[in-house]
Ligand binder design. Structure first.
Ligand code: HEM
Length: 194
């Protein structure tokens, strides 16, 4: 390997590490504050982070239609999805830490929480297949599997608006994502019929 190739790889790894560190930072701050017994709505905050990272994941493709190709962001879109999954796990852990077995069993009979469980169940196979090896191994089936992100996002929206306190943030996030997705779809249709 030449020096410039090694340098290029080093710079790429550093950029990747910085991205992971930036995505993990709010979670690390919440964990530290939680351990220091600072009173905050941790279930809501971790859910919010999971929801916002999911929205960012969905926004990458429409954003490229507006501002042109963003190869760096496009190749790291999967990381945003994994960050959303990570915050969902933290969200669940925070909630479970305060719940007892009866609360957990009852949560399956509460439709607003059941939507969260269903979204989480769909997220799991998407997250574990978000790494390069899985993308290569699944080939064309990878795309088909990852289209489940759309029904999952609908479940998350239902869960957010029904169970959450910050409904206006949920509505604003959904309006932005849905508007840009519809616009992307209309562009695609326009090109297909031309
Ligand atoms: C895995 C099962 C899940 C459980 C048991 C669960 C539980 C909860 C609970 C109890 C709340 C209400 C918090 C409160 O007001 O005290 C909540 C809110 C929320 N959850 Fe979940 N959740 C789950 C999955 C998810 C997933 C998959 C996402 C997103 C990817 C998510 C995102 C949110 C959001 C955005 C809120 C609302 C925050 C707010 O506006 O207050 N949850 N969740």
């Amino acid at each position: 390997m030449t020096d410039s190739t090694t340098e290029g790889l080093g710079a790429r790894n550093r950029a990747r590490l910085m991205l992971w560190a930036a995505m993990a930072a709010p979670g690390a701050v919440l964990v530290v504050l939680g351990l220091a017994h600072v009173k905050l709505p941790y279930t809501n905050l971790t859910g919010l982070l999971a929801g916002l990272f999911l929205a960012l994941t969905l926004l990458v493709t429409p954003l490229q239609r507006i501002v042109g190709p963003l190869p760096w962001l496009k190749s790291r879109r999967r990381y945003l999805g994994v960050a959303s999954f990570g915050y969902m796990v933290l969200h669940l852990a925070v909630w479970l830490a305060k719940a007892n077995l009866q609360n957990v069993l009852q949560s399956f009979t509460r439709p607003e929480i059941l939507l969260g469980w269903l979204a989480g169940a769909i997220m799991l196979p998407l997250a574990v297949t978000s790494f390069d090896g899985a993308v290569r191994a699944l080939g064309r089936r990878w795309k088909a599997l990852h289209r489940w992100v759309y029904p999952m996002a609908v479940l998350v929206l239902g869960h957010w608006l029904w169970a959450g306190d910050w409904k206006r943030t949920g509505i604003a996030t959904a309006v932005i994502v849905i508007a840009l997705e519809l616009w992307r779809y209309s562009q695609f249709r326009g090109r297909a019929t031309r």
